[in-house]
Design a protein around this ligand. Structure first.
Ligand code: ADP
Length: 379
């Protein structure tokens, strides 16, 4: 099969931790991985077969990078999709498809897609500027989101009082009903060009109360089997309706009255799938490669329940990273540490993650808490 010839080059746009974990899997398929990232010290730098330092949003840079590859994929959606479209026109395979990445990059287009395709999501109104947010006449409190450039909660705010309206985003975006959810869950689903689809077990996301980053992630999610089924069907429905090829992460709200609403989707490997490396038969990274290479998708069965903890840079420390508590944590059974090779730590920077596996829920949670309190990244 042509894919496995030595000269087959997979181009990955973005060289962060997602690319790094993808390379770990690509090695098993003899793939030559070329990486593009603007950071000279990106986590993929020393693992990629070739590394290009350059902007992900610059048309010429992305085009020139992609031209030397047979297949191009992404590990971040903030990329120049016009260049990706041009690569497709030049005969290079790009998965996920550039027009789908472009749609997902824009929250207004994403939400409009849900509305047009009967995918359940929170009620919303599109707004062009601050004035339109004020005019939208949505009952307080509501959520105000930027169409683009939002990431890890930075383009999202809750408008609670009439006074808050003054801080509304003065750029294209939307206002959305504040969902009274009981849980946030995620389903990662893969689809290949033959239309084969597989979903990973549903995970439950526990966010840090202030920083809007996932603090703990639990799988399997403790939810009603009916809700679980609904979430999986929605995820599968979305990849089919998008005609999507690759790996798609679907973040959803479970409302207190038993509805499942799509919050947002990501066209790539995802933070809510890191645990699959140890806890599922096939990891999300392996599955992504299978999906984009047109290979049979792997079994997604859960081997063991797991909890994942993001290892964030400790507050108050910026500089060369130092890891405290590694020995204590590694002495425990079922604890798997993944460091991302970032030389410099900053408050709340994602420096790594730890997956904790175990069959007994109480013990698993206690271990996760211990890991969180013990392993620290300082400078
Ligand atoms: P980002 O793209 O920055 O991750 P999200 O749209 O996922 O932004 O929002 C970040 C978080 O804000 C969500 O995980 C959720 O906790 C909260 N959130 C977003 N939209 C709503 C909503 N409509 N109702 C309630 N909470 C929301």
């Amino acid at each position: 099969m042509a894919l496995f010839y030595q000269d087959f080059k997979l181009g990955v746009i973005g060289g962060g931790q997602l690319g790094r974990m993808l390379i770990q899997e690509a090695i098993n398929y003899n793939l030559h991985v070329a990486v593009l990232d603007p950071d000279e010290n990106a986590p993929c730098k020393h693992l990629a077969h070739s590394f290009t330092c350059g902007s992900l949003t610059d048309y010429d840079t992305v085009l020139a990078f992609g031209r030397q590859c047979q297949l191009v994929t992404i590990e971040i959606e903030n990329v120049n999709t016009e260049a990706l479209q041009q690569l497709v026109a030049a005969g290079i395979t790009v998965y996920p498809q550039p027009e789908i990445i472009a749609l997902i990059k824009n929250k207004v287009e994403q939400k409009t897609f849900y509305q047009q395709h009967d995918i359940p999501t929170a009620a919303f109104t599109v707004t062009a500027n601050k004035e339109e947010v004020k005019q939208a006449a949505r009952p307080l409190p509501f959520v105000n989101k930027l169409a683009t450039a939002g990431y890890d909660g930075r383009g999202v705010q809750i408008i609670r009082t009439p006074k808050d309206l003054d801080k509304a985003f003065d750029a294209p975006g939307l206002v959305e009903e504040l969902v009274d959810f009981s849980k946030e869950i995620s389903v990662i689903v893969a689809r290949n060009k033959f239309g084969e689809i597989r979903a990973f077990p549903t995970v439950e996301l526990e966010f840090h109360p202030e920083h809007n980053l996932v603090e703990y992630l639990h799988t399997p999610a403790i939810i009603d089997p009916e809700i679980d089924n609904k979430a999986k069907l929605i995820a599968i429905d979305i990849v089919k309706k998008l005609d999507f090829i690759g790996l798609l992460a679907i973040e959803m709200f479970v409302t207190k009255d038993g509805r499942v609403l799509v919050n947002e989707i990501a066209p790539r490997t995802h933070n809510s799938g890191h645990h699959t490396i140890e806890s599922c038969t096939t990891s999300q990274f392996n599955q992504h490669l299978r999906a984009i290479l047109g290979l049979p998708l792997g079994n997604t069965a859960l081997k063991t329940p797991a909890t994942m903890v993001n290892l964030l840079g400790e507050e108050g420390y910026t500089g060369p990273a130092r890891y405290e508590g590694l020995e204590e944590v590694l002495a425990l059974k079922g604890v798997y540490v993944h460091l991302y090779g970032k030389a410099i730590t900053k408050p709340y920077r994602k420096m790594g993650h730890i997956t904790i596996t175990g069959k007994r829920k109480k013990k698993l949670l206690a271990k996760a808490k211990f890991v969180k309190e013990t392993l620290k990244v300082k400078a």
